[in-house]
Design a protein around this ligand. Structure first.
Ligand SMILES: *Cc1c(COP(=O)(O)O)cnc(C)c1O
Length: 226
């Protein structure tokens, strides 16, 4: 695990260098989905502070297991999220990358408030308009960003996307950069761009990503999802 993590960090740093960017300008979020809490705990022990999950049913008990060990990584929730899970997610997540509709933003805000917490929110964009895979269409970004900015317990921090199937990653992430502008017009400080997975993080870094979400690169191949 130490070797994979080091190799991944070096690959992200190399992608930064190739893009003429400082290595500290990109945050590595290690996606621990399908891997046991012991792996997540080991990563924090290696100094990997940012961990990500995509399903509340798996993330909530994992976060609780780590908390019981006295470990408090920075949890990033990156998956499609149903409104009825918002309260649970708001209890442990520090970042939610997948805010893609107003009722979900409202539910996360209520959940954060009732837990006495604040959440960093990213607007997930559906770059190809196929919202079945999550994300707000490009035309809806400004309105959703304004909604989030007006909520008391959410902090609007930027945008997130997954490159659509069949698209050139560079094209996808260039479009995401334009989407980032729309969010920065609502809040100039909302500069985060969460983009890039194990297969396409180099292109994402070249296009300005500030957070890359890497699972397989760090922890190896996952068992196929049931
Ligand atoms: C699983 C997942 C990742 C990580 O994917 P890898 O290919 O393992 O790097 C990133 N983002 C989201 C939204 C995911 O669900």
């Amino acid at each position: 695990m130490q070797d994979n993590l080091n190799r991944t960090r070096e690959a992200v740093a190399a992608a930064c260098a190739a893009a003429g960017r400082a290595p500290e300008s990109v945050r590595l979020v290690a996606i621990t989905k399908t891997f046991p809490a012991s792996d997540a705990a080991a990563l924090t022990g290696l100094g990997q502070a940012d961990l990500g999950e995509n399903r509340d049913q798996e993330a909530a008990p994992k976060a609780a297991e780590l908390a019981a060990l006295g470990l408090e990584p920075v949890w990033h929730f990156v998956g499609q999220l149903q409104r009825n899970k918002a309260r649970s997610v708001a209890a442990y997540a520090d970042w939610v990358h997948s805010v893609d509709r107003e009722p979900l933003a409202d539910a996360l805000d209520r959940g954060a408030e009732s837990n006495g917490r604040r959440l960093n929110a990213l607007v997930q964009v559906s770059l190809d308009g196929d919202t079945s895979r999550g994300g707000v269409p490009v035309s809806g970004i400004a309105r959703l960003a304004e909604r989030i900015a007006g909520l008391g317990s959410l902090d609007l921090r930027g945008v997130m996307a997954v490159a659509p199937l069949g698209w050139e990653p560079a094209k996808a992430f260039a479009l995401l950069n334009e989407c980032s502008e729309a969010v920065r017009r609502v809040d100039a400080g909302a500069t985060e761009v969460s983009a890039g997975m194990s297969g396409d993080f180099r292109e994402a870094v070249a296009c300005g990503a500030t957070m890359v979400r890497l699972g397989r690169n760090v922890l190896g191949e996952r068992e196929p999802m049931a």
